[in-house]
Design a protein around this ligand. Structure first.
Ligand code: GUN
Length: 290
């Protein structure tokens, strides 16, 4: 059984990014990323802090904009419009989920698609469907594809099951696996699918992205399958100083022994998301001059 080390693959991606940032700088472009966070969700603050630190480390300009939970839709739209006009900013990310009174879809559509490094704008969703490489691919599924490649997993002709149908992970993941660079046979399953365990047992490659702690059990997984666990769930644990620990959507201890390869949580998909965000920011900066 191979444990796919997301930290080490992410470190490779970040070194590629460091070289590319330096190359752009030599050509007079300092890549820039703006990260907008509305409200005080603790996990979101951790993610945003980590995105900003990674930018600094790579020589990418970053602007962190933290707004109170009471920020109105109009105030948030005004921030997005200002960032759209700002020539020092090539990528804009509004951390999800926003507070309930904000309509996330309206905010996403307001972002200039050329700066939409999350790949959530309809124009980028269309480009992913069309396999147009000028679009931005959502960071987490892009990271999963890179992990499969780094682990030497052949996807062509494989039965891939994507558990989850979100716009952030499930749907783009299915499109990437299906695309001409991958050529998997793809099934998308979700909470309303009949007999999820049976569907998952048909997977050579199982991508778990449902957001339910340890939902995927040993008898859901075929012997020799490859399992990519996208879940990052906080579960209460009084033995930890923080009061919680992180678990994936896969019951790792019982599933791992059956697998050909599996990603751990933490240290699997998580580090890849930020690394691919840096890649997308550099793509945005590069495309801004061509
Ligand atoms: N929240 C969790 N993952 C993501 C992501 O990839 N992008 C944004 N904007 N918010 C998130």
């Amino acid at each position: 059984m191979q444990i796919i080390d997301g930290k080490s693959v992410a470190a490779q991606v970040l070194e590629e990014c460091r070289a590319e940032a330096a190359d752009l700088l030599a050509r007079g472009i300092k890549p820039g990323l703006a990260v907008v966070l509305v409200g005080d969700d603790p996990a979101s603050h951790v993610y945003v802090g980590s995105k900003v630190r990674t930018c600094l480390d790579l020589g990418i300009h970053s602007e962190k904009i933290v707004l109170p939970a009471t920020t109105t839709q109009e105030e948030l739209l005004a921030v997005v419009h200002r960032l759209n006009r700002d020539e020092a900013i090539h990528g804009i990310l509004v951390q999800s989920p926003p507070p309930d009174h904000i309509d996330e879809d309206t905010i996403i559509r307001a972002i200039n698609p050329c700066k939409d490094v999350d790949g959530f704008h309809p124009e980028n969703v269309a480009k992913l469907t069309l396999e147009d490489a000028t679009g931005f691919v959502p960071c987490t599924p892009a990271g999963c594809m890179r992990l499969l490649a780094a682990a030497g997993i052949a996807t062509a002709g494989a039965n891939a099951v994507v558990l989850g149908r979100s716009m952030i992970v499930g749907k783009p993941m299915a499109l990437l696996l299906l695309g001409k660079n991958s050529n998997a046979t793809v099934t998308i399953a979700h909470s309303r699918s009949r007999d999820l365990p049976a569907i998952c047992r048909g997977a050579d490659i199982l991508i778990a992205a449902v957001g339910r702690p340890e939902m995927v059990r040993a008898d859901w997984v075929r012997e020799g399958a490859v399992v990519i666990d996208v879940g990052i769930n906080r579960v209460l644990d009084s033995s930890k100083k923080s009061g919680f620990r992180l678990v994936g959507d896969v019951a790792y201890d019982e599933v791992a022994p059956r697998c050909k390869a599996i990603t751990p949580v933490p240290g699997g998909v998580g580090p890849m998301t930020i690394a691919m965000l840096m890649k997308n920011t550099l793509q945005a900066a590069r495309q801004s001059i061509s």
